[in-house]
Design a protein around this ligand. Structure first.
Ligand SMILES: Cc1ncc(COP(=O)(O)O)c(C=O)c1O
Length: 457
């Protein structure tokens, strides 16, 4: 006579191992105050990653990011963060009423992807905003670009400011020299990883790591229990536990073999004539002077200088080769590989890219410019409290946006609530639309309308 309501009877959908879908009855520990099997399991995860404490997350990295921000800041504080942060970080700003100071990464010349954040940029931001309470960096980025977390951490810690790293895409880093760059080993105070993105673990499973004592671990644990369900799924927790066991036992061999498969993939990519793959084939990490590192799990295929857009490449791969990519944007498309991709799967991907390359024609290169950040009229949380109206896009020039606009994926905001809409921004929206990039706003009224603040600011 206890939850869950299905009472572990087979469901019509079948397949789920519902005998594992228990709840926090005696002997099964308590997710939010673990003292038994869950505590032991999380301690094993902490040992595996080299953290002082690790916490399982059952609603993805999102819950961990919100909790980390809330644990490190108080309402009204300033936070230094990468402009391209995931939207969960922006939601954290809003909930905690924070004022953001944005770090804008350089744009890589040859692939037009955001490069690493440099320690110098962080140092300068901290000098200009000495009262900032947290620095938040995404590393690796969606496209696989890694920042120098160890040096950024030193810069932050010298001033007593904690560093949080959104490593949602990097749970697999640090298990072999070829997949190096993990933020826990580099000394970040809180590191959030989605296990489901790059390791064998189901959607929504993630993990948070804590170390260093600059952020209270009790407060972090308390915030995690605010942002996560009071009915944690034992299916998810069992899957995380399994994933950690698997990594303990197999990561050394599995990642060495993964490396070999990716090296073979790279060897094939050397034949490319027009398409290019970031840090693979003839392209080398050394050619990207603004990259500190690169996650070899990501395959970023550039169509720059060819007659294809990234979206067209993605469509061709789906329709003609039955290969579904992770995302496409502008003039590149992204394939996410993992340690579980077999050599057959990677060979099929390589073969398909080579065949499409043979059909590609040269075309003028589109140069993508890094736009200056829109001017902030109000911090996003304040803008959210104002009344707004929805107007036609061409009329919005000179107004203050009441909503965020994203190119999604990868979810980087082009404008956020409280920022001024200028002519450059309107032109950029038009260009992205022409390139077939999906633009989203909260009101979902793009490409025709946008919400702007009304009345006195
Ligand atoms: C960089 C980054 N951070 C955080 C998240 C959120 O992760 P999750 O979906 O596990 O909540 C994502 C998801 O796409 C992401 O790309």
């Amino acid at each position: 006579m206890h939850m869950p309501g299905h009472k572990r009877q087979p469901l019509p959908i079948g397949q789920l191992p519902l005998q594992l879908d228990i709840t926090e009855i005696s002997g099964f520990d308590n997710f939010h105050q673990p003292e038994g099997i869950l505590k032991e399991s999380m301690q094993r995860a902490a040992r595996l990653y080299g953290a002082e404490r690790s916490f399982y997350l059952v609603n993805g990295s999102t819950g961990g990011i919100l909790a980390g921000i809330a644990a490190a800041t108080k309402p009204g504080d300033t936070i230094i963060m990468v402009r391209g942060c995931h939207k969960s970080v922006y939601h954290g700003l809003e909930i905690r009423q924070l004022t953001p100071v944005y770090l804008q990464p350089a744009l890589d010349d040859s692939f037009s992807v955001a490069a690493s954040i440099s320690p110098q940029q962080v140092e300068q931001a901290l000098e200009e905003h000495p009262h900032a309470k947290l620095v938040l960096i995404t590393s690796p980025t969606y496209e696989g670009v890694i920042s120098d977390i160890a040096s950024i951490g030193e810069v932050c810690h010298k001033r007593g400011v904690p560093l949080m790293v959104d490593e949602a895409h990097g749970a697999h880093l640090g298990f072999s020299p070829w997949f190096s760059g993990g933020a826990v080993q580099a000394g970040a105070d809180i590191v959030i990883q989605s296990l489901h993105k790059t390791l064998p673990s189901p959607t929504q499973t993630a993990i948070a790591h804590w170390q260093g004592g600059r952020i209270s671990v009790e407060e972090f644990a308390r915030q995690l229990s605010i942002f996560q369900t009071s009915s944690p799924s034992y299916l998810f927790m069992a899957a995380i536990d399994d994933c950690i066991h698997w990594m303990e036992e197999h990561s050394a061999t599995a990642f060495a073999e993964y490396q070999k498969r990716m090296e073979q993939f790279s060897f094939k990519m050397e034949q490319l004539q027009r398409l290019r793959v970031l840090c693979y084939g003839k392209d080398k990490l050394d050619y990207h002077c603004n990259f500190f590192g690169f996650d070899r799990g990501k395959v970023v295929i550039s169509t720059k200088g060819t007659n294809f857009t990234g979206n067209q490449l993605k469509d061709i791969l789906r329709e003609e080769y039955a290969i579904e990519l992770e995302m496409a944007m502008g003039d590149y498309a992204l394939a996410m590989t993992s340690v579980l991709d077999t050599s057959v799967m990677l060979e099929q991907l390589a073969e398909a890219i080579l065949q499409i390359d043979r059909q590609a024609e040269p075309a003028p290169m589109q140069t993508i410019q890094q736009l200056p950040l829109p001017k902030m009229a109000l911090p996003p949380w304040k803008a959210r409290l104002q009344s707004y109206k929805e107007i036609d896009i061409p009329e919005s020039e000179g107004k203050v946006s009441a909503e965020s606009v994203w190119a999604y994926p990868p979810g980087v905001p082009l404008v956020t609530a409280g920022e001024c809409i200028d002519v450059e921004l309107l032109q950029q929206l038009q260009t992205l639309q022409n390139q077939g990039v999906e633009l989203h706003s909260e009101s979902d009224s793009l490409p025709y309308k946008i919400r702007v603040l009304q009345g006195e600011l």
